[in-house]
Design a binder for this molecule. Structure first.
Ligand code: CDP
Length: 216
């Protein structure tokens, strides 16, 4: 079974996807973590983020693995980068990597290969539209920009980062815009996806709504 969960930053995708995967005994695949890992490597190697050819070459020669222990761990060429991929510096630069068609081609291939081996819940921006257009279930989570900024701020505080809600709101709104406007793999609701507005819902309520739609 493949479940696709798309939506903008802070819509609740990660938390909900992890819980759904656990409840159904499926693999959880955080596709954003893959784009983040590649961005981290490009930054460390001081690759010009406008040099598409070098970015595609980087994507082709990089090993990205996800491993679930008590939390999801992201490995970049064997190194656990679960923490450094969440810094504001990486968050600000992902868009340059995510807009390159050749990079997306590599990432999508990786996501399809992991997701089709066994059942999986994949979360991202283009899962229901590009990665698994034939997914068994597709959901599009959304919430008001204010609520999404509030949630993202809580995540950042938990990671020990300093930020204020207005800054975070500005950041996620700008990121949504670039995610929606890129020419490939744009953030978009698949025609056959079920939209859930999570603004006033608790995590458990969202999980219950999704599970109610998934026939087992
Ligand atoms: O967790 P958050 O919503 O902040 O973002 P993420 O899921 O970690 O994704 C970070 C960035 O990676 C997004 O803003 C997108 O630009 C990109 N991304 C993408 O292009 N395609 C995906 N399937 C997932 C993420």
């Amino acid at each position: 079974m493949v479940i696709a969960i798309d939506g903008p930053a802070g819509s609740g995708k990660s938390t909900v996807s992890k819980l759904i995967a656990k409840r159904l005994g499926l693999l959880y695949i955080d596709t954003g973590a893959m784009y983040r890992a590649l961005t981290l490597k490009a930054m460390r190697k001081s690759i010009d983020l406008h040099d598409e050819k070098s970015l595609v070459e980087l994507a082709k020669t990089t090993k990205i693995e996800l491993e679930e222990k008590s939390k999801l761990h992201v490995f970049l060429d064997g190194e656990d980068v679960s923490i450094p991929i969440r810094t504001p510096e990486v968050t600000a630069e992902v868009k340059y990597i995510a807009r390159v068609p050749g990079v997306r081609h590599e990432m999508v291939a990786l996501q399809r290969s992991i997701g089709s081996k066994q059942g999986a819940v994949l979360e991202g921006r283009d899962i229901g539209t590009v990665v698994f257009p034939n997914a068994d279930y597709k959901f599009y989570l959304d919430a008001s920009p204010e609520e999404r900024a509030k949630r993202r701020l809580e995540d950042l505080v938990e990671l020990g980062q300093k930020a204020n809600v207005e800054e975070v709101k500005k950041d996620i709104t700008a990121r949504d815009e670039s995610d929606m406007k890129r020419s490939v793999g744009a953030l978009k609701k698949a025609k056959d996806a079920i939209t859930i507005d999570t603004t006033v819902l608790s995590i458990d309520e969202v999980v219950d709504k999704l599970l109610a739609r998934i026939c087992r």
